[in-house]
Design a protein around this ligand. Structure first.
Ligand code: CO
Length: 134
């Protein structure tokens, strides 16, 4: 069902500092910040030859990553994103196998303007998984 690794997301307390770190120290190609109000985050994408890194920082007062950063004040790996061909078929197969989909269970439009869903980390070895339809 899952295909390519689309991105690894890292929650950061300071998006500018993290962008500078990737651009300067790691010599990566760092995109501009994008506000994602539907997801309560501001994101920066870093293009690598084989995948992307998504830097995330809270946007607004009830960001879903605020609690994560409270527990991990210097930041940390927040989720990984796998590509799927058909997100509804993938969701239905996961639900039939007992996995939990976060939120309403309906896909939201993600940072790449494509439908995404998140899966409960307790069902996947402590890893928050994002599925993106490509
Ligand atoms: Co993501």
């Amino acid at each position: 069902m899952i295909g390519r690794l689309n991105h690894v997301a890292i929650a950061v307390p300071d998006l500018g500092a993290a962008s500078d770190l990737y651009r300067g120290t790691l010599g990566a190609s760092v995109g501009p910040p994008q506000d994602e109000p539907d997801h309560g985050v501001t994101v920066v994408f870093i293009e690598l030859p084989n995948t992307k890194i998504e830097l995330l920082t809270p946007l607004g007062t009830d960001s879903p990553i605020a609690g994560f950063l409270a527990k991990n004040p210097s930041g940390g790996i927040h989720h990984i994103c796998y590509e799927v061909d058909d997100i509804i078929a993938a969701r239905d197969q996961l639900l039939a196998n007992g996995a939990r989909v976060l939120g309403s269970g309906e896909p939201k439009i993600g940072a790449h303007k494509k439908p995404v869903l998140f899966l409960h980390p307790k069902d996947f070895n402590g890893t928050l998984i994002e599925l993106e339809q490509t």
